[in-house]
Design a protein around this ligand. Sequence first.
Ligand code: TAP
Length: 479
Amino acid sequence: MPIALSNYWDGAWHPGAGESIERRAPARSDTVVASGAGVSSAQLDAAVGAAAHAFDAWRRLGIERRCAILRAAAGILSVRAEALGRELSHEQGKVLAEGVAEVRRAAAIFDYFGHQSKAPVAEEYAGPTSQQRLVVSHHPVGTIGVVTPWNFPIAIPAWKLAPALAYGNTVVWKPASHVPLLAFRLMEALEEAGLPPGVLSLTMGPGSIGQRIVESSQVDAVTFTGSTEVGRHLVETCGRRMKPIQAELGGKNVAVVAEDADLDQALEAILVGAFSGNGQKCTATSRVIVDERVADTFGRMLRERACALTVGDPLDPSTEVGPVVSSPDQVRIQAVIDAADGAVTVSAGDRRPGNGWFVNPTVVDLERPKGAFWTEEIFGPVVALVRANDYAEALRLADDTPFGLAAGVYTRSLDRVHQATEELKVGMLTINGPTTGSEPHVPFGGWKQSGFGPREQGSEARAFFTKSRTTAINAGTSR
Ligand code: TAP
């Protein structure tokens, strides 16, 4: 039976009066996972109004009581990780173990921000004289518009909602249309954790609902994760309104395999980087640049292992690569593969159910670094191999992209690690590990066209979700 979806604002669930929603399972497109309707424009305005109205009481509640609610939400998500992970895998298509791990990650994020009440709330500096102290304190921004993508249906919402709420903001959240069920489940968990009425509004619907949130005069700032195309448009929209926006966008992430790399270690890391999440991660490895001297060996190793990956139902624990998120995405990715010269499309055999949106894991040997495999974010289980004459050329090629999200470098040389950290223009760099992955206590985000505004998570999250005030305190003249 499909799960009946609902929207949430002002402390109550509301059936949508907007566009209908019907989410089908990517592995079995004849199975409806969840259905309902998104909000109408009038409902959205009510949901935004409720969040704006709730702001003063929420910020005055104090950080300790706010954080206690986030810790309770973390506990609820932990207890439900298996069940929610299964629903995530069914709805989005990533394999079961990754679905469960993502729910646990969301719990860890709520737990991390649930402990921010114990972090310093201000910094103190010396004034120009001993009579003056300068105190920098941090204050909530107001009502935040949150717009999230489908590839991490619960972890990315968590890493926006948790800091927004901890630091005293209220939120209007529009999840991606492909993953309404996990949004509904996260909202349920937060309601059960004791979030007061109005503090969070869940408003489902198409991109136009996200657009209306961003344009609302009652929304004080926007945090968005998604494509560079939509992100650029939202940055322009916010710029015209002088509204702060944080945007985490696309990537064309690279793995550089040096001549001295431990090839087995590099192989394991690149397989995870390229094919986990069915290749649909913003940090997915999509270009592999290999030193000419080890390229034949490494290319053969990569093709052989990619060929042995089991493609199938994401709920089957033996599956290593599941379906992509939608039928149009399957058609688009397959067209890019079909148009490529030298594409080796590989698959371990047929364990896939009928009617699924599957794409075989694919390795493409590129003669020259150009074409769609080199420049476009394909967002599927595909990876391009390119040869470089030496390490210096490999680093130059690595930066041959307008994106700057993630890179992996595989080497045993400290000198080469140093060169990579100096030269590569990326926000996330991994040495001898997968390009994918993040931790809640350290910043996450991209350079160049992969990101805009303050980073997410860790110590940098507060920079976006608060406004600072510098207070100069002068001692009385009698002292
Ligand atoms: P998008 O198509 O950009 O959609 C992202 C969100 O924006 C969805 O909720 C979407 O709604 C909404 N949206 C679409 N048009 C809008 C508009 N005009 N105004 C406001 N909201 C609008 O991205 P996607 O396909 O969901 O996600 C994949 C992309 O996200 C990839 O490029 C990936 O690299 C990127 N991504 C980046 C990161 C980081 S941290 N850099 C992490 C994950 C994903 P609908 O779903 O209803 O269309």
